[in-house]
Design a protein around this ligand. Structure first.
Ligand code: PFF
Length: 477
């Protein structure tokens, strides 16, 4: 296929794929899931999921994309026939769903970045009240805080940034932006960790995070660990098939996938190392028990952290808080571009549309699809408490549905490799760029996991996740 674009080399690919992986999932979702699931024990389960299930699925996805040299639909279609093409389409739809709500949360982060950098958010008394009003009133342009306070506009901006980058193509857009944002993200993260470790009571947070308490191990921990690992590594929906299709045959997929997994896991790990010392510092300042600070759910970074930045004083609070939300924006943007690239690649490869036109059209459609999630945070009561979904809001519903799509997609992908495309074909693809692959232990490991462990475990856990979402896990056990 002529002129699809490609990454300039290994580093460009790794940074872009790690950029896709590192996102709100690492900084926004990982710490609160860890907080809810006993800290260190969650970390252990999460690492187990990455090694045993996610790494093989990632290698498989990249191999499919590179072998077929096409988008998610085109790759399954080419290697497995038209019926399997539907699996690619399923992934593309899942990507659209994810981007629709993800862009809303990214817009909040962008709004918070502006508010904290301009200092107005740090003067507040009631951070929870501000967040509630902020997500509720999506069109408040009254400039009450010196800035337009509309998360509709923040999220529109975010989609525009995403579209500008994707419209520039693979090397000039996706690769170039990741080469700037990913190193900056690591630097900011490490800077904040170093600072947070100097705060009073920081090490009590480190202890909570790093010393496992095995009595906390429950089936919910495993379910949450797996969902999070899949989401965090951008697996199961064709993002890595698409990026893999732009990778040269000279590059080593198994080692690149290992670097991507480590890069992503380290950011999740470091985010916890940043957040828990901060939370324990706040507990110390307010003279309360850390467990009294609500670290569960989305409010962790939008309510608890701003309160901590407030405690740091007007200047440091602005610097540390502003850097933190810039970090979140970079992480989100490197992910939104990979999410937008999935349907764009499909329309460019299969329908032969012009890239720039498709990018803007898809960005607009997905932005509009995100509006129900945006108004579901209080503005529209019918979407705030869905009767058929145990009274949860629409954004949570879409986010949960995409978790299901990812694990189901990963399960079907491993079945595709082992029962349809053929594991020997995957081997042949992985041997490109890796002379030792055929005799390596990684090969044996991939065979066992993709043939047996991944289909069975992912199938089982997907069913548990579906039951959990619709009926509540407490009712299952
Ligand atoms: N991995 C991203 C995160 O952790 O925030 C989310 C994501 C991006 C999921 C791209 C799927 C995807 F294709």
């Amino acid at each position: 296929m002529a002129n699809r674009g490609n990454f300039s080399g290994r580093i460009g690919f790794i940074l872009a794929a790690a950029g896709s992986a590192v996102g709100l999932g690492n900084i926004w979702r990982f710490p609160y899931l860890a907080g809810e699931n006993g800290g260190a024990i969650f970390l252990l389960v999460y690492l187990g999921c990455i090694l045993l299930l996610c790494y093989p699925v990632m290698v498989g996805e990249i191999a499919i994309g590179r072998a077929a040299n096409s988008d998610a639909y085109g790759s399954y279609n080419k290697l497995g026939g038209k019926k399997w093409g539907y699996l690619g389409l399923f992934g593309i739809i899942a990507g659209i769903l994810i981007l629709s709500f993800y862009n809303v949360v990214a817009g909040w982060a962008f709004g918070y970045f502006l508010h904290i950098s301009f200092g107005d958010l740090l003067n507040l008394q009631d951070f929870g009240g501000f967040f509630g009003a902020f997500v509720n009133d999506i069109l408040d342009v009254s400039s009450a805080h010196g800035l337009a306070n509309s998360n509709l506009i923040f999220s529109l901006f975010f989609m525009v940034f995403t579209a500008i980058i994707v419209s520039q193509g693979i090397q000039k857009g996706i690769e170039a932006s990741n080469k700037i944002m990913m190193p900056s993200l690591y630097l900011i993260l490490l800077g904040i960790i170093v600072y947070s470790l100097t705060l009073p009571n920081a090490f009590s947070g480190v202890k909570f995070y790093l010393v496992p308490d095995f009595s906390e191990l429950k089936i919910q921990t495993v379910v949450d660990g797996l969902k999070q690992a899949f989401f965090s590594l951008s697996l199961g929906m064709g993002a890595l098939i698409t990026y893999g299709s732009y990778l040269s045959k000279k590059e080593n997929i198994t080692s690149s996938a290992a670097v991507i997994s480590i890069a992503d896991t380290s950011v999740a790990f470091f985010s916890g190392l940043m957040v828990f010392p901060l939370v324990h510092f706040l507990a110390f300042k307010l003279n309360i028990n850390p467990t009294e600070i609500g670290t569960s759910g989305p409010p962790l970074i939008f309510v608890v952290l701003p309160q901590i930045f407030h405690e740091m004083g007007p200047i440091l609070g602005r610097i540390i808080g502003g850097s933190f939300f810039l970090l979140v924006c970079f992480a989100a943007l490197t992910s939104t571009i990979s999410l937008l690239e999935v349907p764009v690649a499909y329309l460019v490869d299969q329908k032969k549309y012009n890239r720039k036109g498709v990018v803007w059209a898809m960005a607009l459609i997905i932005f509009v699809c995100g509006l129900p999630s945006m108004v579901s945070q209080g503005m529209m009561p019918a979407l705030n408490k869905l009767g058929f979904y145990r009274g949860q809001d629409f954004l949570t519903f879409i986010s949960d549905m995409s978790d299901i799509c990812l694990t189901v997609g990963g399960c079907l992908m491993s079945i595709f490799i082992s029962r349809r495309w053929g594991i020997h074909n995957m081997d042949a693809e992985l041997a490109n760029g890796n002379n030792n692959y055929m005799t390596s232990r990684v090969r044996k490991f991939l065979h066992i996991t993709l043939k047996w462990i991944a289909p069975i475990l992912l199938g089982f856990l997907s069913i548990v996740i579906i039951l959990e979402k619709f009926f509540g896990i407490e009712n299952l056990i």
